[in-house]
Design a protein around this ligand. Structure first.
Ligand SMILES: *Cc1c(COP(=O)(O)O)cnc(C)c1O
Length: 392
């Protein structure tokens, strides 16, 4: 039984919800037909309508639609005046775009090690601050929440900005505060594999600052104050109006999507709980709503398990097999082995299992049984556990 990592080929034709999902696809296509008549292909009323809906969803004053999550980070830094000669502190365990955005404005990414829950270790941040530090960029990596209270306190004390890389954390929350509502800006990606996905690339910046919102609107549109006057050098990074049409519908499902991921993650957690000799399920902070954009575990014999999953058609992955500070693009930063012990431990032990909202009951059971049998049957000498998954 194949257990796909991506849900894209199924999202509009999932068996149980066939009618409802087909209806959603048809509704969007009808919306696009209406949209064609408006010919508002750059910015315009659809982008504005989605920005308004998005700001309300996150609970912020402004949302500014941009070309991608990466651009949301770049434009945030530019709007804050961060550039050459400045340093931005971020986490060693993240997608390349976080550090790429910092480098993209001419600033230097300064990496801090990860904690046990795949977010920045806030206890290491102060040690990384220098006179050049301008901002901290924590990441809602895997859909989990960084310790924003502690990070905001440190930022306040040292007069630094906090730009949230909440690109993969839509609908994540710390108590009642949503990801993207706590820093000077929050950033979101609508890449097809993110929890709010459109039919190409797209992104959003959220902020409560009128001034930052004003700058972001200039920056995404060549710095144009109006048709003839250019306020500053900017970019062409507008949220595609057609994607705004898609997103206006998809946002209605995002909480349902994240709830299903959370439920799937809980099933998997429960099923592996008694295998603690082999599988470490990261701590789940009860104050955090982790939306499980990635369901990641730390496991023994990771390479063998990965291979075994692939043999059993489970599309497990590793996010990521090379630590970011040791990538070629970071060579000039001079980091060396041993600088990030937890990121290094994760490189050898993490595995990401499919956890998406379109998984079937049978597929989840297949994953559970496969992984349990790997540890129990293959390594039965090491423990005396039952190999049936049915009692979970
Ligand atoms: C996806 C992602 C990005 C980049 O988003 P794009 O829309 O693909 O540019 C940035 N940071 C993190 C943590 C992400 O997961």
């Amino acid at each position: 039984m194949r257990v796909p990592f991506s849900y894209l080929e199924r999202q509009f034709k999932q068996s149980e919800n066939l009618e409802e999902k087909k209806e959603l696809a048809d509704t969007i296509i009808d919306d696009i037909r209406d949209f064609l008549k408006t010919s508002e292909f750059t910015l315009g009323s659809k982008v504005e309508a989605f920005e308004k809906k998005f700001a309300a969803f996150i609970g912020v004053k402004h949302a500014i639609g941009v070309g991608s999550g990466t651009d949301a980070l770049i434009l945030s830094l530019r709007a804050l005046g961060i550039g050459a000669g400045d340093e931005v502190i971020t986490c060693a365990e993240t997608f390349i775009a976080t550090a790429g955005a910092i480098a993209g404005v001419g600033a230097t990414p300064v990496f801090v090690d990860v904690n046990d829950e795949f977010t920045i270790d806030e206890n290491l941040i102060e040690g990384a601050i220098t006179e050049k530090t301008k901002a901290i960029m924590p990441i809602f990596f895997t859909g989990n929440c960084p310790n924003m209270d502690a990070i905001l306190d440190i930022a306040h004390k040292h007069k630094l900005h906090v730009v949230e890389d909440s690109c993969c954390g839509i609908d994540a929350r710390i108590k009642d505060k949503k990801a993207g509502s706590m820093g000077i800006t929050g950033t979101f990606s609508f890449h097809p594999l993110k929890n709010l996905n459109v039919w190409s690339d797209g992104g959003m910046v959220t902020t409560n600052s009128d001034d930052v919102a004003h700058k972001l609107k200039l920056l995404r549109n060549h710095g144009l104050a109006n048709r003839d006057e250019v306020e500053c050098f900017g970019y062409n990074s507008r949220l595609d109006a057609l994607q705004a049409v898609v997103a206006l519908r998809m946002i209605d499902d995002v909480t349902e999507v994240t709830n299903q991921r959370i439920a799937n993650a809980k099933r998997l957690d429960e099923a592996f709980k008694d295998l603690s000799d082999f599988i470490e399920i990261p701590y789940r902070n009860p104050d955090y709503r982790n939306v499980f954009h990635l369901y990641m575990l730390r496991v023994k014999k990771r390479d063998e398990l990965l291979e075994y999953c692939h043999q059993h058609e489970i599309e497990a992955k590793v996010h990521y097999p090379i630590e970011l500070p040791y990538q070629n693009c970071c060579k000039h930063l001079g980091y060396k082995k041993g600088d990030f012990p937890k990121a290094e431990r994760d490189r050898d032990s993490i595995i990401t299992l499919p956890c998406h909202q379109c998984l079937t009951e049978a597929e989840i059971n297949h994953m559970i049984e496969t992984i349990r049998s790997f540890y129990i049957n293959e390594h039965s000498a090491l423990c005396g556990l039952s190999s049936t998954a049915s009692d979970h």
